[in-house]
Design a protein around this ligand. Sequence first.
Ligand SMILES: [Zn+2]
Ligand SMILES: [Zn+2]
Length: 233
Amino acid sequence: MTLKVNSEAGAGLCAGCLSAKAFNGLCAPCRSELPVNHWHCRCCALPLAYPSAALTCGDCLKFPPPYNRSVIPWRYQYPIDGMIGRYKYHGQRTFARPLLADFCNHLTAALSTPDVPTPDLLIPAPMHPRRRWQRGFNQAQDIAETVGRRLDLPVAATLVRRTRATQAQRELNREARLANLRGVFEVRGEVPARVALVDDVVTTGATVRALAAVLRDAGAHDIQVWALARTPG
Ligand SMILES: [Zn+2]
Ligand SMILES: [Zn+2]
């Protein structure tokens, strides 16, 4: 798939190749190129090289995260990285549409299994107001609202606040990441027992850990992480 420079693919066309044989914004060949996160850590969804139903990654074994499980269908690789980037940084929703449609189907299937309980509330990863103003929207909130509408789940976009903008986590080591996020998230209201954190991409996992920690402190018992894609490490 080659992502088109002009994303004005139109409602019926494939966002990847502009073919008219698209379903939910992608044709079958382009959809087959999406990097499915087949084998992954059962807790943080870190992509793993080989299949194992019960494998937990080294990081989760050493530092058990404050959340219970993750539902993350894709790996953050080509062409997902480009599609999310265009949606997030350039507001090209054409590329988000097929991902969101497939994500909702993936979540519906996951929720029909006993492994994934239905959350009482969806909580998008908050963005600092200044960054939101620069970008024009918070993609995590956009994703949460789309999922909420499709799955009939409530969304609380202002329950957790980001008190300051932070440096990109990717450039920092573990200690610096934790220090970078200390006191960044603030819960402002009642948190139900079961919640799902929603974000576009989980990179180092430090942000979702920090978010889950404040939600757990505020009374959540079952915390899930729902995201489109996970970086390979
Ligand atoms: Zn196509
Ligand atoms: Zn893990």
